[in-house]
Design a protein around this ligand. Sequence first.
Ligand code: 6GP
Length: 888
Amino acid sequence: RAIAEPPVKTAPGSNGVATSEGDSKLKESILQNLLNTGSSTHIEALDAKDVYRGVAQSVREKLVAAFNRTQEYWREEDTKFIYYLSAEFLMGRSLLNTVQNLGLGGPYGEVLKELGVKMEALVDAEQNAALGNGGLGRLAACFLDSIATLDLPGWGYGIRYKYGMFKQALKGGYQDELPDIWLTNGNPWEIARPNITYRIGFYGTVDQFQWSPAEEVIAKAYDNPIPGFQTSTVGNLRLWEALPLHEFDLAAFNKGDYVQAVEERRKAEDISAVLYPNDATEYGKELRLKQQYFFVSASLQDVLARFRERHGANWPLLPEKACFQMNDTHPTIAVAELMRLLIDCEGLGWDAAWAITQKCLAFTNHTVMPEALEKWPVAVIGKLLPRHMEIIDKIDTIWKDSLKEQEKVLGQVEAAAKSAPPKPPKAEIKPKGAVESLTDALTFKAGEPSGGKEEPEEGEEEEDPVEAALAKYSIITENPWEKGVKLVNMAYLAVVGSKAVNGVAAIHSEIIKDTIFKDFYDVMPHKFQNKTNGVTPRRWLAWCNPALAALITEALGGDEWINDATRLSGLRKFADDKDFQAKWRAIKLANKERLAAKIKERTGVTLPTTPLYDIQIKRIHEYKRQYLNLLSVAWRYHQIKAATPLERSKFVPRVVLIGGKAASAYYMAKKIIRLTTAIGETVNSDPDVSDLLKVVFLPDYNVDWAEVIIPGSELSQHISTAGTEASGTSNMKFAMNGCLIIGTMDGANIEIAEEVGKENLFVFGMPAEDVQGWRDGKRAEWKDYDPRFTTALNMIKDGVFGDKEYFQDLADSISDMSKGNDWFLVAPDFTDYLRAQAEVDKLYLDQDEWTRRSILYTAGSGFFSSDRTIKQYADEIWDVKPMPVPSS
Ligand code: 6GP
């Protein structure tokens, strides 16, 4: 991964950040920085970590200079900003991306060569900034890259977790979770802001609308400059660290109470200590709500303070200066906090504050998994944030009152009033494994009989018919499974408090209108939008696949595609060109070799590079159906074993790679990991199989791994049950890198099929519109188990891969649909999946056609650049305009 290779504009000064200083000056700066970081200037005496620090410091100087210019300019212009509020930012490593985005790839490459240092070694010396769990967090990181690249005034706001996403190791084939200690060696990409601090309160009482918190902490800012590409714009990610109001209790210390002396510090620091190791299960933890409120309050106070400095109390102007995008439900307490700040701290009346709030906020939903739609008990919010609970209560009341005036609702209310006795609100259908509480989450077994089986008890008291008709619009709802417990539905609060609500792929945005937000869509259709996700073509093609990027640039006659990915469509005309295909294939092979080497280094497994490289990397979840993949692998193994030597010679050799983390409390997901490693142990050591099939679990899947895996893959699997994966974004990265997709018509696969040509994907499975019908009806009498499915499942049950007892309930969970198992429909989709897999094998034998399709994937991936997504957000929701810094 030599950094001189990629097709970037390397001419000094080409983007306003690249320096015009010669190599000698750059070298001097690196050496000086090595000295400043306390290392020797004798390069040969340094290890990669030292050199990394020196080089990073030298890059940082340039980055920070451009950052200051950008921020000062934006402040002077008093332009409108987008603030992206997110509990997660999965940034990955920064060195290579910063050097390349700043256009410094050439100069740094030259100097490092002269110093005899390999960029690759430096890149690997950097810690991953893993402040996110999965798709949602990585999307936020891609968005920041595009916001800066498009010169849009915008900041991300989040938490500076001391420990990010846990590190995953394998212990005897099982997931082992280790803390991610990423800040130990310092972080050269952040700027501490000791002067930017806010007080954040918790608990306490409310008297006459005045909140007196019983506990307070300090939020301290750290800025992380975000370089745009080919621009001098450098954006910002501001992260908050929690600190105590009082450092140290000297009196307690002097009395010998050493624990008490640091108690306040420890309690405060807990708030920004750990990223919740969870992506789809709700943890009913007060600390999580504390985290959410902590970063939201700090961020809003920060924006309001800057506004006040400039515009005093002219609050109606705020929506013209600031838009807050709430990334899923985690920041949605912002609705109540903005109201509180405007009313209690700035003295506005309710209506004025509400008008401003609704114009400033927007909300993105990222999942329809019910267990991830946060619902906080009223009692928990009431205790931690008593004033906010009052505000939410009032928002709910006023909102429902306003509905009574809507004609549509009026009809329902009148009808309800006539029909007595009133019916209780319809219970949600709760899928198996849905999590309702922390206790549930900690014993999360998706295969268990559903809590949803329990019907909510009929209300004994007579309900007001009007209230009953309005219940479905209620932000505060009764927990249908726990009588008397009231919950705040955070997504509903966000929908009511926002000017726009969007899903993240075309199908997903339709689904949310039909399901989770149906009633809200009915009464305010104008709020609902779609913003199909995207990924940055810088990190996910140009920088991670330099050889392919160079070939693309050569073919297209320039590198403009890096910030105008639609130009990739120009590759279509090369799809049938045999010479071009040969070059394309050679690059893929080299990338497979690079991947195989990395796998060897990280797992010790040696892999051949001629087989088809088949990859599934994502969080481990039943809805993503790694299980389906594994069952087909078991079937393949069975076939190879049963074949004669002659028949064996006809098998298309495959390397199956699966990677991803299981939420620490997710029982079934952990079993899926163990099943992968168990199959690998059996298959990889079976001499009958030799190189026909290899199965490897890739431990600790993260951003830097993905940057090597994706370029080296040929087939990628996106096989969720239709209607469950909101979008998926790795499918876009694979497509950009010319990797073919086997997938269901779910999430962004559908739009990828439109752009690339559906005939070029291996599409299979039940369509989303049939899934609910299946679950509700057909499953009860379905008996058509494919005998190949039964064979594969029995192999697991019979202990062919060992650990028989351990896999029992995993196998049971998909065993007998009529008993209500197999919520994600593995069995009914299996036959069609094998058909699609057989097509994959067949096509791989025709390398010309395979390569042709591969080129068409890259050519069709332009739409999935996050630059496109961000332009749409900026135009259709944020109303934020580009503001490039003029060259001086
Ligand atoms: C994920 C969705 O599962 C994935 O389909 C989507 O591509 C990604 O968000 C970005 O939009 N959701 C999450 O990671 C999550 O935590 C609450 O949702």
